[in-house]
Design a protein around this ligand. Structure first.
Ligand code: OAD
Ligand code: ZN
Length: 246
């Protein structure tokens, strides 16, 4: 493992355009449950059953209860050593950007500047009727929250299944993926599109893929390097090797 960490540190040090793709696993050590895997269920529901426009139409209260629960956890969570190390690596010029599927905002709170939020941000909410938007800093006191302008239903301004991703963020992410010579893929199950295609773009352009995850994923076979373990433990170790030029 030490040799592998050293090798990965050397690859990052000599890279010109390293980018990072993160998923829910990077925030697991901050106490925010992932979507899939053993602790990935809220009550009996899967993310695919709640994070859809149909689920919201059918039962806005249920969907909001789930989001209010996640908002509460996120408001109490702190960035962990994985988020913090990525912010430091950006300051040091080792990585250029973080493309995240997470809506928790923890990369920004850790100090990362160039963060592309592919799936939106949980604190932004919008009216399904008139599109009026506002930002919360705690779970809404009334569920479901009602639009101040038109009385319509407010929803989280996040990307749900069957919905398109924000055009600007998607465009930027694909551009970064095509340009990057190294992509660090951290804590994502690699099953949700189009985010899961970004590593393929980097690979097709000759870039090197490095995965950090506690388990194998569908992306593992196309990664040149895989580091098995917790992001909050592995990233600080890589960072330490980056500083030693042995
Ligand atoms: P998932 O919940 O699908 O996957 C989390 C991944 O993190 C799994 O591969 C775990 O093995 C890994 N993992 C867990 N703990 C870890 C740790 N401490 N260190 C490193 N890896 C760890 O989350 P995503 O891939 O982000 O979208 O899911 C993608 C999208 O599906 C989410 O953005 C969300 C969800 O439905 C929407 O809501 C639209
Ligand atoms: Zn409205």
């Amino acid at each position: 493992m030490e040799d592998l960490l050293k090798t990965v540190a050397n690859i990052l040090r000599s890279s010109k355009n390293a980018v990072v793709l993160t998923g829910a696993g990077i925030s697991a050590e901050s106490g925010i449950p992932t979507f899939r895997g053993t602790n990935g269920l809220w009550k009996k529901y899967r993310a695919e059953d709640l994070a859809t426009p149909f689920a919201f139409q059918r039962n806005p209260r249920l969907v909001w209860e789930w989001y209010a629960w996640r908002m509460d956890l996120i408001s109490k969570a702190k960035p962990n050593p994985a988020h913090i190390t990525l912010a430091e690596m950006e300051k040091e010029g080792i990585i250029k950007a973080v493309i995240t599927q997470n809506v928790d905002g923890l990369h920004f709170r850790a100090g990362s500047k160039n963060v592309i939020e592919l799936h939106g941000n949980i604190w932004r909410i919008k009216c399904v009727n008139c599109n009026w938007k506002t930002v919360l800093n705690s779970p809404p006191s009334q569920i479901p929250p009602i639009c101040e302008k038109c009385g319509g239903l407010m929803r989280p301004d996040v990307v749900w299944f069957h919905e398109p991703l924000p055009q600007d963020a998607l465009h930027e992410a694909f551009k970064l993926a095509a340009q990057s010579d190294v992509m660090l893929i951290i804590g994502t199950s690699g099953v949700v599109q189009p985010a899961a295609s970004l590593p393929l773009i980097t690979r097709e352009h000759g870039g090197t893929l490095i995965e950090i995850n506690v388990t194998d994923t569908p992306l593992t076979p196309i990664c040149q390097y895989t580091l098995r373990g917790k992001a909050g433990e592995i990233l600080p170790k890589i960072h330490k090797h980056l500083k030693n030029t042995d």
